[in-house]
Design a binder for this molecule. Structure first.
Ligand code: NAP
Length: 251
C-alpha cells in the first residue's frame, strides 16, 4: 500500500465538496468522492484524474450507518485507510418555524448531524490505528441564527459542539477535529434559496455581496483553501476550532 494519504469528502459531487475534493487531490491526497449517487461523482473524479490526481467515486447515504460502513470498507479496499474526513454533505429544508414539518426537521438533522456522526465513527478507527487523522466538519454562519432555518441553524450549531467533543476525545491519537463555518458561498444550495425566494441568483448574489465586508460572495475554493489548511500536517496543534469563512468577522 502506498504512503499517499487517503481522504473522504462527503457530498462532493458538486459545490463546496467538489472544490474540497479537487484541492485535497492537488495537495497530494487520494480522494474518495462520496455522494448519494456514485454516478453523480463522475465529473469531480474526472477533474481530479485529468489533473493527474487519484480519486474514486463512492455512492452512500451518510445518514444511513450501514451505507456508511459499506462505503468506508470500499475506500479501505480501493484506496487505503482514510485518515482525512471532510463532513460536507448537507441539505436545506427551509421554512418559518410555524410552517416547518417534523419531516423537514428530521431530514436536516439526519444528513448533517447523524451523517457526520456515522462517518466520523466509521473513519476514526482507521485514524486511531494510523496514530494520525484530520476531521473537518462543515458548519455555517447560520449556526448563529437565521430566519427560516430553525432546523439548519440547530444542526450547524450542533456541528460545532460535535467538533469540539471529537477534538477532546481523539486528540491523544494524533487526530484533530475542526469546523469551517462558511457565509454565503455560490453553489446550487444558495441558488435554490434564491429560487425559493423568487429572486434571480445573480441579483441574490449582488444583494448578499453588498452586506459582506470583502464586497463579494464566497466561492467553493474559499472553503477548499481552509479545509486544506486544517488537513495539513502543519495544523496538528489546531483542534476544536471553528473558522468563519464569510468575508468578514461574523462569528
Ligand atoms: P450542495 O451544492 O447542495 O451540495 C451538497 C451535496 O451533498 C450534494 O451533492 C448532495 O447530493 C450531497 N448530499 C445530500 N444529502 C446527502 C446524503 N444523505 N449523503 C451523501 N451526500 C448527500 O451544497 P453546498 O452549498 O456545496 O454545501 C456543502 C456544505 O456546506 C453543506 O454542509 C452546507 O450546509 C454547507 N454550507 C454551505 C453554504 C453555502 O452558502 N453554500 C454556507 C454555509 C454552509 P444530491 O445532489 O444527490 O442531493
Amino acid at each position: 500500500m502506498s504512503t499517499q494519504k487517503v481522504a473522504i469528502v462527503t457530498g462532493s459531487a458538486r459545490g463546496i465538496g467538489a472544490a474540497v475534493a479537487r484541492r485535497l487531490a492537488s495537495d497530494g491526497l487520494a480522494v474518495a468522492v462520496l455522494d448519494l449517487n456514485a454516478d453523480s461523482c463522475a465529473d469531480t473524479v474526472k477533474s481530479i484524474t485529468d489533473a493527474g490526481g487519484k480519486a474514486i467515486a463512492v455512492g452512500a447515504d451518510v445518514s444511513d450507518a450501514d451505507s456508511v460502513a459499506a462505503a468506508v470498507d470500499t475506500v479501505v479496499t480501493e484506496l487505503g485507510a482514510p485518515t482525512v474526513l471532510i463532513n460536507n454533505a448537507g441539505i436545506i429544508r427551509d421554512n418559518m418555524l410555524f410552517k416547518m414539518s417534523v419531516d423537514d426537521w428530521d431530514a436536516v438533522m439526519a444528513v448533517h448531524l447523524r451523517g457526520a456522526f456515522n462517518m466520523s465513527k466509521a473513519c476514526q478507527k482507521h485514524m486511531v490505528d494510523a496514530g494520525w487523522g484530520r476531521i473537518v466538519n462543515l458548519s455555517s454562519t447560520s449556526a448563529l441564527g437565521n430566519r427560516g432555518q430553525a432546523n439548519y441553524s440547530a444542526a450547524k450549531a450542533g456541528m460545532q459542539g460535535f467538533t469540539k467533543t471529537l477534538a477532546i476525545e481523539l486528540g491523544k491519537f494524533g487526530i484533530t477535529a475542526n469546523a469551517i463555518a462558511p457565509g454565503f458561498i455560490a453553489t446550487e444550495m444558495t441558488a435554490a434559496t434564491a429560487a425559493r425566494m423568487g429572486v434571480e441568483f445573480e441579483d441574490f448574489k449582488k444583494a448578499s455581496a453588498a452586506a459582506i465586508p470583502v464586497a463579494r460572495v464566497g466561492e467553493p475554493e474559499d472553503i477548499a483553501h481552509t479545509a486544506s489548511f486544517f488537513a495539513s500536517e502543519g495544523a496538528g496543534f489546531v483542534s476544536g476550532q471553528v473558522i468563519y469563512v464569510a468575508g468578514g468577522p461574523r462569528g
